[in-house]
Ligand binder design. Structure first.
Ligand SMILES: NC(=O)c1ccc[n+]([C@@H]2O[C@H](COP(=O)([O-])OP(=O)(O)OC[C@H]3O[C@@H](n4cnc5c(N)ncnc54)[C@H](OP(=O)(O)O)[C@@H]3O)[C@@H](O)[C@H]2O)c1
Length: 290
């Protein structure tokens, strides 16, 4: 019997990447996982013993050629360098093609083909590059991370209000851990057809008013949701110290969420996981200071 080929993961040192590597190691054994990181010296401690570490920088194509040598299955975790991502992802896709990768998985965004989110544009262009590469592929179109909102819990508790510009929009978010487990399952599926597209989102949607109500219940005091125009929310995020690009992106995403851009009820994520997605109540409980 031939040894199963290793699974390569780029962006492995990121918050999602670490969880994917851990889940792959748990399911397939650490010796089957190759974690590609920008800076191995600062990343080795992030992974289970037995995982192979390789250096690869999206901005330095020569490093990617070396990092991907021998790769058959690759997860490209989208970069966080907003505005530079298409060129970075192109470098990985080109290196994957040269290396003879047989399946390329990519962390895209929910409903990337039609999404009104500004950040979806780079994902659309990346998906087009992947399709044009001719490599069999799995598009993991991840919805919003629940952590994007639970990160607002400390300031909400401090100021006595949760702010945003998502209006009554319903958000079908899921935790990074749920998306990571789904990625591992999809990567280990040897029978996947040439093109697979998963629209991944939480089982249950909520409005930010409902998020604030659940937070209030668990915190034992009323934290209302205060909706504001996109520009005002962006201004509030800038005042809180967020970088310009991130403040604009989060405010734009909230405004798009008001029109349904973060909603999905297809339950593809729980179907892939074989269990319900983590509830909002559990995610808030995990994020509340103890
Ligand atoms: N669905 C959502 O709600 C949502 C929210 C935010 C982001 N995202 C997308 O999902 C991705 C993964 O999420 P995350 O939470 O894991 O983000 P993250 O913690 O910011 O991780 C981003 C990863 O990209 C790597 N990276 C950036 N530039 C690179 C380069 N030039 N060469 C190699 N690696 C590079 C980083 O490497 P270092 O560790 O070396 O910095 C890091 O491992 C993000 O990058 C973004 O595209 C999705």
């Amino acid at each position: 019997m031939s040894t199963p080929s290793p699974i390569f993961v780029t962006g492995a040192s990121g918050q999602l990447g670490r969880l994917v590597v851990a889940e792959l190691a748990r399911r397939a054994g650490p010796e089957r996982v190759v974690a590609i990181v920008r800076d191995p010296a600062h990343a080795a401690h992030l992974f289970p013993a037995g995982v192979t570490l390789r250096q690869g920088d999206y901005d330095q194509p020569a490093t990617l050629a070396t990092a991907l040598s021998g790769a058959e299955t690759l997860l490209l975790i989208s970069s966080n360098a907003i505005g530079a991502r298409v060129a970075q992802h192109r470098a990985v896709i080109d290196a994957a093609k040269t290396a003879g990768v047989r399946r390329l998985a990519y962390t895209s965004v929910l409903h990337a083909d039609v999404s009104a989110l500004e950040l979806a544009e780079e994902h659309r262009q990346t998906e087009a590059l992947i399709a044009a590469s001719g490599i069999a592929h799995t598009l993991l179109r991840n919805g919003w991370y629940t952590e994007n909102y639970t990160a607002s819990i400390p300031p909400a508790l401090q100021h006595g209000a949760l702010i945003g510009s998502a209006g009554l929009g319903r958000i079908s978010s899921a935790t990074r851990a749920d998306y990571a487990e789904a990625a591992a399952i999809a990567l280990l599926d040897d029978s996947a057809p040439a093109r697979v597209v998963y629209e991944l989102a939480g089982d249950t949607s909520y409005s930010l008013t409902e998020f604030a109500a659940e937070l209030s219940r668990q915190a034992g005091r009323t934290i209302p949701y205060v909706d504001m125009p996109e520009a005002d929310y962006r201004g509030a995020l800038l005042s809180a110290g967020l970088p310009d690009v991130l403040a604009s992106l989060l405010a734009n995403s909230d405004a798009a969420a008001a029109k349904g851009a973060l909603f999905d009820d297809g339950k593809a994520l729980s179907t892939l996981l074989g269990r319900p997605t983590t509830t909002l109540a559990a995610a808030i409980a995990g994020a509340l200071p103890h």
